[in-house]
Design a protein around this ligand. Sequence first.
Ligand code: PRX
Length: 635
Amino acid sequence: MRIRTFDQYQEAYRHSVEDPEGFWAEIAQEFQWRKPWKRVLQWNFEEPNVKWFIGGKLNITENCLDRHLKDKADQPAIIWEPNDPTEPTVTLTYRMLYDQVCRFANVLKRNGVKKGDRVCIYMPMVPELAVAVLACARIGAIHSVVFGGFSAQSIADRINDAQCSVVITSDGANRGNKQIPMKDTVDDALIGCPSVKKVIVLTHTRTAVAMLKGRDVWWETEMKQVTAECEAEEMDAEDMLFILYTSGSTGKPKGVVHTCGGYMVYTAYTFQNVFQYEPGDVHFCTADIGWITGHSYILYGPLASGATSLMFEGVPTWPDAGRFWDIVDKHKVNILYTAPTAIRSLMGFGLDYVKGHDLSSLRILGSVGEPINEEAWHWYDDNIGKNRCPIVDTWWQTETGGMLITPIAGITKTKPGYATLPLPGVQPLLVDEAGKEIEGNGVSGNLCMKFPWPGILRTTYGDHERCRQTYFSAYPGLYFTGDGCLRDEDGYYRITGRVDDVLNVSGHRIGTAEVENAINMHTGVIESAVVGYPHDIKGQGIYAYVIAENDTDHDVDLVRRDILATVSRIIGPIAKPDKIQFVSGLPKTRSGKIMRRILRKIAEGDTSNLGDTTTLLDPAVVEEIKAGALVEVKA
Ligand code: PRX
């Protein structure tokens, strides 16, 4: 399973293409199955229908926990670094994590949760979040973790889509010098969620909360009522493990579904190889468990590999911009996996915050979530890795479950800005708009996959047709990633960004349609159009063109503030526009379609060549928008 040289990578790659079933069967055998699979793979990308390890029975938590009790019981599974550096660190050994997961699994059962039920988890980055996720998996309940930055409305939408019966939350969350209510937000969400029968509340910030009799129970009280014995539920390899909502170019976020067997095999395989994990290494992935990166590379990948995973509650800039480096030094972190947006932000604070921290424990650096610009890559390489730690620029998506195109640390020669080569089992291709494959090197096109890997999404919850439409219909027979990509003369892949109406703001995926819908909820707004523009730190910023009602003219700033508040309330603060420009009309074709190409150019500050505007219903509107963009645009 372990790739140690570039020759071995090439050999593994060749094997995975020539005999995918044999290749993945060998890897899957290293895990603990209750019953072996009858067939490795069955698939077509038309319906789509993808099944891995068919007939195999397992429980992922037996692989993440029980399996390690023999020789790693006292090894740290999770090291938790609190928001406030003066508070104590919490270390959960595999034995301790196992006990807590079993206990909490019993709490879930006590509260009526059964195999197949959906459980919504809305929690800060505390060890109990890991416990809650794994406890669901232990009893075969399907977890749906909702990132702590989402609003009550977003939580409600996700709960209703999946018909969750239980919500797990905490009183509040600490983020830097702020305390954020969690339970209050859940209470607001639940006004519109009749499926929810129980809410389990962890005491964390000691913020006062209202507890609804019969519905709300305390985590701590419940944990006292149960034992630490909980037999794991036997799951089919293709039973759902979790749902994770992600934004697309249209409509509400989709519930991406991952299943037990393939996801486990894929996250562990990629974790061990890409990061070249060695026993005893401390792995620090800075993502939130509310996103796929946290699911796959804080929890499942590392734990299924018996690794030590560091979980951080706080933010990179508090108490100061040296916090990551302080954590690396304090916990002797060997692998650091973070996002370009964090690197760019910390870069801006200067090197004084890096100095004085011993970073010599670092062996491998990772990047994920968005394209990494060369300047950030070099800063990371020079100042954090001191030019001795390979950087793995890992490209993947919520839908892919794990990394697909990435260097293998220390083995694949890196090139700044390039995700380099596909992992074994991954068969990328570039296509033109017509779906024709673009062969050879030194080319670019839309990035697709022609063969399934074990971590690929299986469906979108409750709406399989939407899954087909979104990922498998643009180019029949292929999985379409939504990303543009170039393949250079060496055959190396460089992801250039989304080709659809999805923005990537600070590594968070946000649909322009979602933001428009939220802005349009504001009563003073008639219509809006949202596009992305290059942003020095966030990668992309959100630029909103808004047609407001006439009588708002007298207090534009107030309307702006109200719009921001509306977006925060409907989606969450992460989706707030960076710039708002009031306009009297939007550039539309005669058929009523907004010409986003033009709006994008203006937002980028490039008004010199807007292309052909003669087909527009009202070409004059473009001149007005151009002039307005130069005068006054604020958020
Ligand atoms: O556009 C790509 C970008 O992030 C998108 C996936 O977002 P999400 O599902 O939220 O998952 C993020 C974490 C895996 C992709 O379609 N993206 C992700 N990683 C990279 C990237 N773009 C360039 N380089 C990357 N390494």
